[in-house]
Write a protein that binds this ligand. Structure first.
Ligand code: GDP
Ligand code: MG
Ligand code: ZN
Length: 284
């Protein structure tokens, strides 16, 4: 039989197959192949022996959150509480681009910000070619988001408190995620989501809610980041130097586009900020 690993607790794996969830262990020989089962893996298993016997080839593998076969990433950034941050938005969008996984930007808590401000942030990202939606978890028609999930394995990324669990509960009340209170005083939500777990929505759709991370935890080298910043993609190979980092460089296509107003100053400044945060980071 075949199924998908939707969660695990040390060496115990939860496998979803044809509407049922089985709890199985992995045969030792997988270790010799230097393969450890990951959440998201499609595996073949033996129900009588209660063992996972093989892992099918992976479409992709993410280091953070450690998982496999992700079809799309939803980056959730709150418009308020926590305050909206271009920096965090670009951090996650770059990570998805680096992984070559389709990404949708979801701006949450639109009820807490003026309509005009929401529109201007939305427009900023639309202009750069991103798929972007502004939502309010407590009062909105989330059909569009619901439809995007069909037939896919989707990971929600974003800082604590942006409304990831609330969105899952709003779309699929039976999943019943814990909602953390966003504390205004501490400026941080409580950490409630610890490990990756895919929740089956139907036979071939899954959704996971993951903890956020900072630029210091971004598993991308500085060199890879230079090629992974989505708004710069239309200008690739146009700089004078092949390894141009687009910061005070000679004949840089990005800096030229910035001067012409084709690239926004906000976007460029956040690129530099993320680039500098990766400076002292080890290579992956
Ligand atoms: N005003 C407003 N609050 C929201 C919205 N979505 C979630 N919240 C609140 O934000 C807090 C954090 O939500 P939660 O879903 O736990 O965020 P997570 O940490 O990303 O999973 C909770 O107090 C929610 O009630 C929204 O659309 N509007
Ligand atoms: Mg949560
Ligand atoms: Zn350049």
């Amino acid at each position: 039989m075949q199924g998908k690993i939707i969660g695990h607790n040390y060496a115990d794996f939860d496998i979803f197959s044809q509407g049922n969830t089985f709890h199985l262990k992995a045969v030792g020989k997988l270790r010799f192949r230097d393969l450890s089962p990951l959440v998201g893996d499609i595996v073949s298993f033996n129900l009588e022996k209660e063992l996972i016997e093989d892992i099918l080839p992976r479409k992709n593998e993410l280091i953070r959150p450690h998982s496999a076969n992700v079809d799309q990433i939803f980056v959730l950034i709150s418009l308020k509480e926590p305050d909206f941050s271009y920096y965090l938005a670009y951090l996650y969008l770059s990570y998805a681009f680096f992984l070559n996984i389709p990404v949708t930007l979801i701006l949450t808590k639109k009820d807490l910000l003026l309509e005009t401000e929401v529109k201007s942030i939305e427009e900023h990202f639309k202009k750069e070619g991103f798929a972007v939606y502004a939502i309010n978890n407590s009062n909105s028609n989330l059909e569009v988001i619901h439809d995007l999930l069909k037939g896919k394995t989707t990971i929600l990324m974003g800082q604590t408190g942006v409304g990831k669990s609330s969105l899952i509960n709003e779309l699929f009340p039976s999943i019943g995620r814990e909602i953390g209170e966003y504390s205004k005083r501490g400026g941080r939500g409580k950490h409630m989501t610890k490990e990756v777990r895919f929740f089956p929505i139907d036979a071939n759709s899954f959704i996971a809610d993951t903890p956020g991370f900072s630029s210091f935890e971004l598993p991308i080298s500085r060199e890879d980041f230079v090629d992974s910043f989505p708004p710069f993609h239309p200008y690739q190979h146009q700089c004078f130097f092949n390894d141009c980092n687009h910061i005070n460089s000679k004949n840089c296509a990005i800096e030229a586009a910035l001067r012409k107003g084709e690239i926004s100053a906000v976007t460029y400044d956040n690129y530099v900020k993320i680039y500098n945060s990766l400076e002292k980071q080890r290579k992956w």
